[in-house]
Write a protein that binds this ligand. Structure first.
Ligand SMILES: NC(=O)c1ccc[n+]([C@@H]2O[C@H](COP(=O)([O-])OP(=O)(O)OC[C@H]3O[C@@H](n4cnc5c(N)ncnc54)[C@H](OP(=O)(O)O)[C@@H]3O)[C@@H](O)[C@H]2O)c1
Length: 260
């Protein structure tokens, strides 16, 4: 039996799949699109399921990576095959443990919110298991998601805030990188050089937060010499409402995830 089955290999399911494949995990995948599935045929550690029921029969941990509007349909389809020893992993925002338990009663379920940097083993995932998972099973699930990045156990009440930030954040960072590159291009830099220089600067800045444990404001002050260039840029960002826009954007995603 495969340890992990992934239903739906689109953006998120595909990112998780590639993270696991490159870590030599044996997986099984299913998808509505035969074309997408054919891309996985060349991997020796990937089995292509005949359908979602076949996938559930052949795996212990099933990651449901279809769009939230298909959750009910797919759970209804697989629920007869879903024996007590299997674990359903939901990655859809808005699907609370209660909602999932109503769809699949008396079964082991964990809500997990990963993000697409899973593809380069740098996902930030939060896990909230239901009461039926044993400590050992929680560790097993954690180990799987550790193969694609960092993992934190998080109480359910913090999930909307987590998915509103970490689930969506990569899109905001890419938009920031694109806009910063436009600024560099405006000043004569070649576009592809700009992407590389700016992305490395974002990566380095994030590492500074993680590794120095200094307050982000202190790190900002370290870049901001009196009368220098950085403070000119910060003044413009404050005037244009940079912080307020980010807070409002995150608040909007959190509200949306609460009401899905
Ligand atoms: N994208 C992210 O950054 C992100 C982050 C965190 C969580 N999530 C969650 O991850 C889930 C998937 O999102 P996504 O962005 O990866 O969506 P997506 O790119 O549309 O991927 C969904 C995949 O599921 C396939 N599919 C549709 N119906 C199916 C069925 N009945 N059985 C098996 N496969 C089926 C789709 O195939 P077709 O295209 O052929 O229909 C598609 O390949 C969502 O619940 C989303 O909320 C996404």
């Amino acid at each position: 039996m495969n340890r992990v089955g992934i239903v739906g290999i689109g953006n998120m399911g595909g990112a998780i799949a590639h993270g696991l494949i490159n870590n030599k995990e044996e997986i099984i995948v299913s998808d509505g699109s035969a074309e997408k599935l054919s891309e996985y045929k060349s991997f020796s550690n990937v089995q292509i399921a005949k359908d979602n029921i076949d996938l559930v029969e052949k795996s212990k941990i099933i990651i449901l990576a279809v769009k939230p509007n298909l959750y009910k349909t797919v759970i209804d389809e697989i629920k007869n095959e879903f024996s007590e020893d299997k674990i359903l992993i939901s990655i859809a925002p808005g699907f609370t443990i209660e909602k999932l338990e109503n769809l699949l009663p008396n079964r082991k379920i964990a809500m997990i919110m990963p993000n697409t940097p899973a593809l380069v083993y740098e996902s930030m995932s939060a896990i909230c298991p239901n009461t039926l998972l044993t400590e050992g099973e929680i560790e097993e699930v954690k180990k799987i998601f550790n193969l694609i990045g960092k993992v934190a156990i998080l109480e359910e009440e913090y999930f909307p805030a987590f998915s509103g930030t970490c689930g969506c954040l990569p899109a905001y960072v890419y938009m920031f990188i694109e806009a910063a590159a436009d600024g560099a291009v405006l000043n004569g830099m070649k576009r592809f050089d700009a992407y590389e220089f700016i992305a490395q600067s974002v990566l380095g800045s994030a590492k500074m937060v993680l590794e120095t444990k200094k307050h982000p404001g202190e790190l900002k002050d370290m870049v901001t010499s009196p009368g220098g260039t950085t403070i000119e840029g910060l003044k413009v960002l404050e005037e244009k409402g940079f912080r307020g826009s980010i807070i409002d954007a995150i608040n909007a995603t959190v509200e949306k995830s609460k009401n899905m």
